[in-house]
Design a protein around this ligand. Structure first.
Ligand code: HEC
Length: 212
């Protein structure tokens, strides 16, 4: 998500060489970003699930190749949240017992596909006022024992460009109030979140049987 965020100017620019977004180049950039962010080596690809995850990430970028190379469209809409949704959909077709979901508390959910399940709702209520990674080695996924983890995403001022209220919407900048829209640049209705609201987070589940 960090690399997709950093690459927005490249993704959205008209023309130019975008090779760093695809294939091995893309994965190398993910590794460089990981090292810079966590100050440690990228994990060894010691398990097929890890290879599968990287493979699925490359496939999502490949699915969007024509869009990325379209010189007529400026803003392409492939932001971290959309990448996460496409990656989640891609992983669900692989049948490997690995699930990723970008979610938030039930009220004010933007895309109902991201609605939390019971476990996610329970965990978010626990961490909502004290954001911290939550790990559960006794969870369930689709009726099977699973390791589950929820990683909160801190709210930042730029989130409000899409999730905030009309005065934060760049589409309204410089326009008369009577012409303001509450539809953000991605085509969704804005939710009026504020900087002190909960930012949601990433929920990751792995069925135990795949790790045995
Ligand atoms: C460019 C607009 C944009 C920005 C900026 C943005 N988001 Fe989103 N966000 C979206 C869109 C679009 C979706 C729906 C993705 C989908 O269809 O699954 C979304 C989905 C989400 C979700 C999933 C739950 C839901 O309501 O569907 C969370 C949580 C979220 N965003 C939090 C954040 C946070 C926190 C930030 C800042 C760190 C942020 N977003 C920045 C556009 C944006």
């Amino acid at each position: 998500m960090t690399f997709i965020f950093k690459s927005q100017p490249l993704i959205n620019q008209r023309g130019g060489d975008k090779a760093v977004l695809f294939g091995d180049d893309f994965i190398n950039n993910i590794k460089v970003t990981y090292r810079a962010k966590y100050g440690e080596e990228f994990p060894e690809l010691s398990h097929f699930l890890k290879k599968m995850l990287l493979q699925a990430m490359v496939e999502v970028m490949e699915d969007n190749r024509v869009l990325f190379n379209d010189d007529e469209i400026g803003f392409k809409g492939i932001i971290p949240a959309i990448f996460a949704a496409q990656l989640a959909a891609k992983l669900s077709t692989k049948g490997v017992g690995l699930k990723i979901k970008f979610t938030r508390t039930k009220d004010d959910i933007r895309n109902v596909m991201n609605l939390p399940d019971e476990w996610e709702e329970m965990v978010m209520q626990k961490v909502i006022n004290k954001p911290a990674v939550y790990f559960d080695n006794n969870g369930m996924l689709d009726g099977n024992p699973a390791y589950r983890q929820f990683t909160p995403l801190p709210m930042a001022a730029y989130c409000l460009k899409c999730h905030g209220s009309m005065e934060h919407n760049p589409l309204n900048f410089g326009k008369d109030k009577s012409q303001w829209t509450n539809i953000d640049m991605t085509g969704f209705e804005m939710e009026n979140w504020t900087i002190s609201d909960f930012g949601g987070g990433v929920s990751l589940s792995i069925e135990k049987s795949v790790l045995e």
